[in-house]
Design a protein around this ligand. Structure first.
Ligand code: HEC
Length: 117
């Protein structure tokens, strides 16, 4: 009986393992960073200006969607992620959305160089 319980616990750990962080570390980490500017824009910046469907569209078809987003060149490759991976990474990116929605101007002085474009 104990063995069965342990097995069930293991099973659920494996399922929960499709985490956004894992997907990030597997596919995105080389170019994106959560909060710092790397080769590509940080997730915090993406989350502050994109919706879940825009993020999903970009991952599936960066060539066309980057144009819509205003990038002159597209340097991001397309990813064929499974639906649960796509959902996980999208939520992961959005979890970096800055929380200070109503205090935009008061503390923005130290982030002058992070503006897009
Ligand atoms: C080879 C480097 C590279 C990898 C790997 C990469 N990206 Fe990107 N990403 C970029 C670059 C560069 C841009 C800027 C637009 C462009 O060049 O197409 C970008 C842009 C984006 C954008 C849109 C930015 C905006 O303005 O809103 C999203 C969303 C995004 N990446 C998500 C991801 C996710 C999720 C992964 C992993 C599954 C990933 N990227 C992997 C290089 C990369």
């Amino acid at each position: 009986m104990k063995k069965v319980i342990i097995f069930i616990m293991f099973g659920s750990i494996l399922i929960a393992d499709v985490s956004g962080k894992k997907v990030f570390e597997t596919y995105c980490w080389g170019c994106h960073h959560q909060t710092a500017v790397a080769f590509a824009p940080p997730f915090a910046q993406i989350a502050s200006k994109r919706s879940a469907s825009e993020i999903r569209a970009m991952i599936a078809d960066p060539k066309d969607v980057s144009k819509v987003f205003g990038y002159k060149r597209n340097a991001m490759p397309a990813f064929k992620l499974k639906e649960d991976e796509l959902e996980a990474i999208t939520q992961y990116i959005l979890s970096y959305k800055p929380k200070d929605n109503n205090s935009t101007d008061t503390n923005a002085t130290d982030s002058n160089n992070t503006k897009a474009k």
